[in-house]
Design a protein around this ligand. Structure first.
Ligand code: NI
Ligand code: MN
Length: 224
């Protein structure tokens, strides 16, 4: 069961292993880089790092159509429960949730989290283990030194690292993050979606990890 990924543009990814698909931060409606609309997403689970619209995205609609379980912070899951999402798994930073197909662990992220003025808990990163591989989606975050600890604790095969500057790390700080996390493969995200986060992504140039720059919508095997 080798791991495959599909980048949805911005911070959205589909993780595929065998017949299981996990979506992370599925923001398609209103995403100028989205390769397709939310109606094309088929998934068993959705992991949401925080409440901002460019991460929560189409979660409610996708969860409803797919009967998918949504993983997120306690406050985010309470909000989704009120939106009619029937299956939620709430957690918080430092904790792990074991699932039928693997596990989800939440990590700290240095950022904020709200939706339409409502506080939605701490912003989080998420480590997702499926198909024998481990993917660390950093969420939206500043550089902070515990990213190194997350690398040591979870030994991710793939790290998804925000690099668009202004709201998160830019390429240079994301480079440091990638070196600290030390995944086999590092993929920058959250850049070039709109002009305020347009960056020269070649400035993301960590050593000791392989950088991949996927095209949105392409399904690929990062570890092959
Ligand atoms: Ni955000
Ligand atoms: Mn964001």
């Amino acid at each position: 069961m080798s791991l495959e990924l599909t980048w949805l543009g911005h911070s959205g990814f589909l993780l595929h292993a065998g017949d299981v698909t996990v979506a992370i931060d599925p923001f398609l409606t209103g995403n100028p880089k989205a390769p397709f609309g939310p109606e094309r997403v088929r998934c068993h689970a959705i992991v949401v790092t925080h409440g901002h619209g460019d991460h929560l995205g189409d979660t409610v609609a996708i969860a409803r159509v797919n009967g998918a379980t949504v993983f997120g912070s306690w406050e985010l899951c309470n909000y989704l429960d009120a939106q009619g999402v029937t299956k939620t798994e709430a957690g918080n930073a430092g904790g792990r949730i074991v699932t039928p197909w693997g596990w989800v662990a939440f990590t700290p992220a240095v950022h904020s989290s709200s939706h339409e003025g409502r506080y939605l808990g701490s912003p989080l990163g998420a480590v997702v283990h499926l198909g024998g591989s481990t993917v660390y989606h950093c969420g939206d975050t500043a550089l902070f030194s515990d990213l190194k600890l997350m690398g040591e604790l979870y030994r991710p095969d793939v790290a998804l690292i925000p690099a668009g500057d202004r709201f998160t790390m830019g390429p240079e700080l994301a480079t440091r993050a990638a070196e600290w996390i030390g995944a086999t493969v590092s993929i920058p995200m959250h850049y070039d979606t709109w002009p305020p986060i347009a960056v020269e992504i070649t400035r993301f140039a960590p050593s000791g990890t392989r950088v991949l720059l996927p095209r949105a919508g392409e399904r690929f095997s990062p570890l092959d």
